[in-house]
Design a protein around this ligand. Structure first.
Ligand SMILES: NC(=O)c1ccc[n+]([C@@H]2O[C@H](COP(=O)([O-])OP(=O)(O)OC[C@H]3O[C@@H](n4cnc5c(N)ncnc54)[C@H](OP(=O)(O)O)[C@@H]3O)[C@@H](O)[C@H]2O)c1
Length: 308
């Protein structure tokens, strides 16, 4: 297949590139730094700085994952604008370009997050659920999804991947948690009762690959393991696998003061369930958090088995 990725240089995109290159697919990554794509994504992956470079190239699929990191810094007005521009505006540009092309790809797999639901409290959230609280992250995901859905009018199958917290050995959320936990300074966040919909990177890649190959798959899919855990249980599991105590809570008040509305991402959560993926036959390799963490943290990267 000929596949174009946006955000292909990111955590999920790089893993997709490794996976699909090994399967013999031809990959292009639309990037702000196309000259770095081969180094980051693999020698066979081609970087493009402008979509027009691919005007004459036949494409079978587009995977749209680009976006400035959402939890890196407080959501000032300028930061919100960048988060919006790098997802919604970029997707608008992508869909407009697809509209101009004579040859259309069959499928657009576009990113989203479980944050689409807002803070879901104790509700079990499947793809049939509605938005619970419309905070900024939820509005951002909503606009991102709606923009991608405009490609349906072009006859393109659109799949929306509502990703949970991706656990990976070499980046992302887990790597940011590790330093305090390794020092025995980790613990729950706030009350620790908020739900954390996590997913092992291998399952994220496996699910995107599954959705690429299912001609009837369209619309939203929750990309999170079937067993979400509460934040306090996550902290305990991480402490266990690292053989460190995880008893030092981060008070909610400190987070609210330092992070503003962004603190809601950490103090709230979603009890999200991958109902559609499971109903349509996707099998998660990692459904228990203990097994996922042990896989990621106790095996050197080069010796880790690739499960997808
Ligand atoms: N990882 C998670 O836990 C998680 C959870 C839920 C949702 N998601 C969403 O899934 C997508 C992929 O996640 P990821 O963890 O792989 O992301 P990532 O590692 O942060 O990479 C995202 C990519 O987006 C591009 N990007 C960054 N800032 C940009 C900007 N200002 N303008 C345009 N492009 C920009 C970059 O590509 P170039 O530098 O090549 O342009 C970058 O490689 C993201 O949109 C993220 O919000 C991720």
């Amino acid at each position: 297949m000929n596949i174009l990725l946006t955000g292909g240089t990111g955590l999920i995109g790089r893993a997709l590139c490794r996976h699909w290159t090994a399967q013999g697919h031809n990959l292009w990554v639309w990037s702000r730094t196309p000259q770095r794509v081969a180094q980051l994504c693999g020698a066979q992956v081609r970087g493009v700085g402008e979509l027009s470079e691919l005007d004459a190239q036949t494409l079978d699929a587009v995977v749209n994952l680009a976006g400035a990191p959402i939890a890196d810094r407080p959501w000032s007005k300028a930061r919100r604008a960048l988060l919006w521009q790098s997802r919604v505006r970029l997707t608008e540009q992508l869909v407009a370009w697809l509209g101009q092309r004579e040859q259309k790809p069959q499928v657009l797999i576009s990113g989203s997050a479980v944050g689409w639901y807002g803070d879901g409290g104790e509700h079990s959230l499947t793809e049939d659920s509605q938005v619970v609280t419309g905070d900024f992250a939820s509005q951002l995901c909503g606009a991102w999804e709606e923009t991608a859905r405009e490609a349906e009018a072009l006859g393109i199958r659109v799949v929306l991947v509502r990703t949970g917290l991706v656990l990976a050995a070499d980046g992302g959320f887990l790597q940011r948690l590790l330093p305090p936990f390794r020092l025995g300074l980790g613990g729950r966040i706030g009350s620790g009762r908020q739900w954390m919909p996590w997913i092992h990177l291998d399952d994220e890649i496996g699910l995107i690959d599954f959705l690429l190959h299912q001609p009837q798959a369209r619309g939203p899919y929750n990309a999170c393991a079937p067993q979400p855990v509460r934040n306090a249980d996550f902290a305990r599991a991480l402490g266990r696998v690292l053989h460190r105590p995880a008893l030092l809570p981060v008070p909610a008040s400190v987070l609210k003061l330092s992070l503003g509305e962004l603190s809601g991402l950490l103090l709230g959560g979603q009890r999200a369930l991958p109902a559609r993926a499971q109903a349509e036959g996707f099998v998660f390799h990692f459904d228990s958090l203990d097994t996922a963490l042990a896989d990621l943290l106790t095996q050197p990267g080069s010796q880790r088995l690739r499960h997808v």
